[in-house]
Design a protein around this ligand. Structure first.
Ligand code: HEM
Length: 111
């Protein structure tokens, strides 16, 4: 009787261990991940297609920004002169807080 009990326990234990090992050897769970860390590049030609108050991209130090949403907050309308262009020179005298804020509008690198 005691032997049967021990054999049963051993059998259950063996089954338990084998099910654990099966899990280890099985295919890894695939998690769908469509996010990429790729940074898009835009040419000056691409930027020049966004030169209005309603759609304003500009390049500053080889980075491209879509500042459309910022235009209403800019202290004056001068910012529109930079739309669709490389505005590095126009932006160079801005304060460090303006430079910090600019990061929020980054969309890619200048090709
Ligand atoms: C590229 C075209 C731009 C031009 C020609 C331009 C021009 C100017 C000018 C003339 C001023 C002085 C206004 C005054 O003293 O009343 C100014 C101030 C300012 N601009 Fe621009 N701007 C441009 C782009 C930007 C961008 C892209 C940002 C931010 C995302 C920005 C943020 C500011 C801020 C915060 C000020 C207040 C002063 C400072 O903090 O430097 N500007 N801008």
């Amino acid at each position: 009787m005691k032997q049967i009990f021990l054999i049963t326990i051993l059998l259950i234990f063996t089954l338990f261990i084998s099910s654990c090992t099966d899990n280890i050897n099985s295919e890894p769970i695939k998690i769908e991940d469509n996010t990429t860390n790729e940074i898009t590049s835009y040419t000056i030609q691409d930027i020049s297609n966004h030169k209005s108050k309603e759609d304003c991209w500009l390049a500053i130090e080889s980075k491209v920004y879509d500042v459309t949403d910022y235009i209403p907050d800019h202290p004056n309308e001068k910012i529109i002169d930079g739309c669709g262009k490389d505005a590095t020179q126009m932006f160079s005298k801005h304060s460090s807080s303006a430079k910090e804020n600019l990061k929020n509008y980054f969309i890619g690198n200048l090709a």
